[in-house]
Design a protein around this ligand. Structure first.
Ligand code: FES
Length: 80
């Protein structure tokens, strides 16, 4: 199953399906066989990048409605 990413209102980003999570050096987090994980969006989790529920106690407020983004800007090619 392709990964599904859900931005939870007032909460984390939930990922379900087949996915891996890597750090900036390309090392994978061991997810203990989980097929669903929530990533912190409020910035307050003790166990970043994973959500630990702190958003609920802190009153994190962020409602995100789906919308279309504009096309990406063309990349400049270096002059030869
Ligand atoms: S979104 Fe849950 S602790 Fe940050």
């Amino acid at each position: 199953m392709a990964a599904k990413v859900t931005v939870v209102n007032n909460g984390p980003i939930r990922i379900e399906g087949e996915f891996t999570i890597q750090d900036s050096e390309g090392n994978s987090f061991g997810l203990g066989g989980r097929s669903t994980i929530s990533l912190c969006r409020c910035g307050l989790a003790e166990n970043k990048p994973f959500c630990d529920g702190t958003h609920g106690r802190s009153g994190f407020n962020s409602q995100c409605k789906a919308r279309d983004l504009p096309p990406p800007k063309p990349k400049l090619t270096p002059a030869v």
